[in-house]
Design a protein around this ligand. Structure first.
Ligand SMILES: [Zn+2]
Ligand SMILES: [Zn+2]
Length: 282
C-alpha cells in the first residue's frame, strides 16, 4: 500500500501561516504516516520569507520535540528547502551539516541577470514582480529569463549535495495570467529536455508539487504533464509533495497527483522512512 507522506511543509518559522504543531495535527488528521518539514532557508543569510539564520537551531529543536511527542502517531522529519543563489546560498548537506537534517530540498526561486552580477527577482513572486524583473534585468526578454531559470537549475543539479529538487517548473506559476512564454515553443521544450537529461546524471528525486494548484489556482502540479513524461523517460525517481503553507493544504490534490504520475508512466514513488530511501508502488 502507498505510504502517505509529505516532505515539503512550511510553517511560521518561514512564510507558512501555521505553527509546526498545527501542521503535524493536520497531517495526522489526514492520515499521513510521514511528515517532513522544509523551512525556506538560505543559511547563513535570510530574507523576510526565509527562516532567520539565528532561529535555525530553535526550529530544529522544535521539530525534534514534536518528533518525540507524536512518535506513536506519525514519523516527523527535519528538513530544509534551501535556496540555490550562487554565490550566496547553496543547498548542500555540507552547508547544513551542523543541523543534521534528515533531508534537503534544493530549489531555485531567484534568478539573476545574465552576468550574474546581482540577484534580480523571485520567479515565483507576484505578477508585478515578474513583469518588473523581466523588464529591468532582461530588458524585457522573457525568453532569456526563462532560459536563465533553467540554466540555473542545471547548475544546481550539477552541484548536487541534496536529496530532492523542488518544483522544477515553478516559472509556470504566473504564466497562465502573464503569458510571457509558450510551453509549446521548441526552445522551451529544449530547456525542459536538457534539464531532465541533467537530472538523469544525478541521483536526485524530483517532486510532483501540488502547491501551485492549492495556492495559485493552477490546473496541474509542477512539473507540467509533458515535463513529467520526460522525467519518466529518463528514469528520474519522483515523490509527491504539497508544499503546504497552511494545515488545509497538507495533502492537497494528492489523489490527482497520483493519477497524474501514473498517466506519465510512473509505477512508483519514493519516500524516506527511518533514515532509508524506499519506493512504493503507485
Ligand atoms: Zn519553493
Ligand atoms: Zn516550498
Amino acid at each position: 500500500m502507498l505510504c502517505k507522506t509529505n516532505y515539503h511543509t512550511h510553517s511560521t518559522w518561514c512564510d507558512g501561516k501555521a505553527s509546526l504543531e498545527s501542521m503535524v495535527l493536520a497531517a495526522i488528521k489526514n492520515g499521513l504516516q510521514i511528515l517532513g518539514f522544509s523551512s525556506h532557508t538560505m543559511y547563513p543569510f535570510g530574507s523576510n520569507w526565509h527562516l532567520q539564520p539565528e532561529n535555525t537551531q530553535a526550529y530544529c529543536k522544535e521539530v525534534h520535540t514534536l518528533k518525540e511527542k507524536y512518535k506513536d502517531k506519525i514519523e516527523i522529519l527535519l528538513g530544509f528547502e534551501a535556496d540555490y543563489i550562487p554565490p550566496v546560498s547553496f543547498p548542500t548537506k555540507k552547508r547544513y551539516a551542523q543541523f543534521n537534517p534528515d533531508f534537503l530540498i534544493g530549489s531555485v526561486h531567484y534568478i539573476s541577470d545574465e552576468n550574474k552580477k546581482k540577484c534580480c527577482f523571485t520567479i515565483d513572486g507576484n505578477c508585478d514582480e515578474i513583469k518588473t524583473g523581466i523588464q529591468t534585468c532582461f530588458n524585457g526578454n522573457a525568453k532569456k529569463a526563462v532560459q536563465v531559470y533553467y540554466a540555473t537549475q542545471r547548475d544546481m543539479i550539477a552541484l548536487s549535495g541534496f536529496d530532492i529538487i523542488g518544483h522544477l517548473d515553478v516559472i509556470r506559476k504566473r504564466n497562465d495570467v502573464l503569458k510571457f512564454f509558450d510551453e509549446t515553443d521548441l526552445w522551451y521544450k529544449r530547456e525542459i529536455k536538457a534539464t531532465a537529461q541533467a537530472l538523469a546524471k544525478s541521483n536526485l528525486i524530483a517532486e510532483i508539487n501540488t502547491g501551485g494548484m492549492a495556492r495559485a489556482g493552477l490546473k496541474t502540479p509542477y512539473p507540467s504533464a509533458e515535463f513529467l513524461k520526460l522525467l519518466n523517460h529518463y528514469d528520474i525517481p519522483i515523490m509527491i509533495n504539497s508544499d503546504a503553507h497552511k494545515p488545509e493544504g497538507i495533502n492537497a490534490q494528492f489523489k490527482f497527483a497520483e493519477q497524474y504520475a501514473k498517466d506519465a508512466g510512473y509505477k512508483e514513488v519514493q519516500y524516506l522512512q527511518n533514515g532509508t530511501w524506499k519506493s512504493a508502488v503507485l
